[in-house]
Ligand binder design. Structure first.
Ligand code: CP
Length: 321
């Protein structure tokens, strides 16, 4: 005889009126930077994401975005962001509409502002990956529906949220953790450093001379040009590609970042329990060794998986009724 065990009941994530006002902290807002998830909204989104992650696959989340539609616009290539947003919207009962820049003549056939106004005629929110952050701001200014940053040259807030959820899952807390970033103080670093420091994480960065973080971030991180100094005793070591799409100085960047590879020798300076983080895609042998990325300390694939519930949590919060 087969015994079917009763599945323990997990309450659905609350995204409607919560009584304490937390679910409406972001209602109707844009998320262009991580700073737009202000105050208590940041822990609230992470908490909601954890509950969505736990409820995933149970098929009982379809009421969250029922009757809602979300445009997903990609001016740049994407694997993780596109798939996690598209499936995430569908799992919540919403309708995703995926568009590529060339497909709609973004910025040529039609201005970004008119694209945003056009989309507003049909959808309840716009998720956009665009090259220049100012273009995203132009879109948000032109439309009354929420606009979410799916990566610009300035920030990648959805990635930072997934990274924080991953760290919290691994360590059970965020406050007091030591996070070392090795390499380029780029868009992912900017979002993560700002959010992590707000939640009590000590953030350090090792960067080549002349490539320090900008003023907005410099005040919340400890900077050095020595990777071993940044990594010393760290709980997590994070790196990202040295050359991104659109960087025209690829050779110069590779020369500048040589010596900033996260490899097994560098990881030995971190805490014995330290994890390695990478937002992907990765270039093994450049910013990270294959041994570290594919080894037991790597949480890169957990970070990728967590993109889905954090983005669901953001959408649910912005579209809370
Ligand atoms: N990390 C990240 O944003 O991945 P994609 O570029 O594949 O979306």
């Amino acid at each position: 005889m087969t015994t079917v065990e009763a599945r323990p009941h997990t309450p659905l994530p609350r995204v409607g009126p919560s009584g304490d006002g937390s679910s409406s902290l972001l209602a109707g807002r844009d998320v262009l930077t991580i700073g737009d998830i202000a105050g208590d909204a940041l822990p609230f989104v992470l908490q909601t994401a954890a509950r969505f992650a736990a409820a995933r696959g149970r098929g009982d989340l379809r009421g969250v975005l029922a009757g809602r539609s979300v445009a997903l616009l990609f001016e740049r290539p994407s694997l993780r962001t596109r798939v996690s947003f598209e499936l995430g919207v569908r799992e919540l009962g919403g309708e995703p509409v995926v568009l590529s820049g060339p497909e709609i003549g973004f910025g040529g056939r039609e201005s970004p502002a008119d694209v945003a106004r056009g989309l507003e005629c049909y959808v309840d929110a716009v998720v956009a990956r665009v090259v220049r952050h100012s273009v995203l701001e132009e879109m948000a200014a032109a439309t009354s529906v929420p606009v979410i940053n799916a990566l610009t040259d300035h920030e990648h807030p959805c990635q930072a949220l997934a990274d924080l959820l991953t760290l919290r899952q691994r360590f059970g807390r965020l406050a007091g953790l030591r996070l070392a970033w090795v390499g380029d103080p780029n868009n992912v670093f900017r979002s993560l450093a700002i959010a992590a420091s707000r939640l009590g994480v000590e953030v350090r960065i090792a960067h080549p001379p002349g490539r320090a973080p900008d003023a907005a971030v410099a005040g919340v991180v400890r900077s050095t040009t020595d990777p071993r100094e940044a990594v010393a005793g760290a709980d997590a070591v994070y790196t990202d590609v040295w050359v991104s799409i659109g960087d025209e100085d690829a050779d110069e960047r590779r020369r500048a970042f040589a010596g900033y590879t996260v490899d097994a020798a560098l990881m030995r300076h971190a805490a014995p329990h330290a994890v390695a983080l990478h937002c992907l895609p990765a270039h093994r042998g450049e910013e990270i060794s294959a041994e570290v990325l594919d080894g037991p300390r790597s949480l890169a694939w957990e970070q990728a998986a967590n993109r889905l519930p954090v983005q669901q949590a953001v959408l649910a919060a912005l579209l809370a009724r």
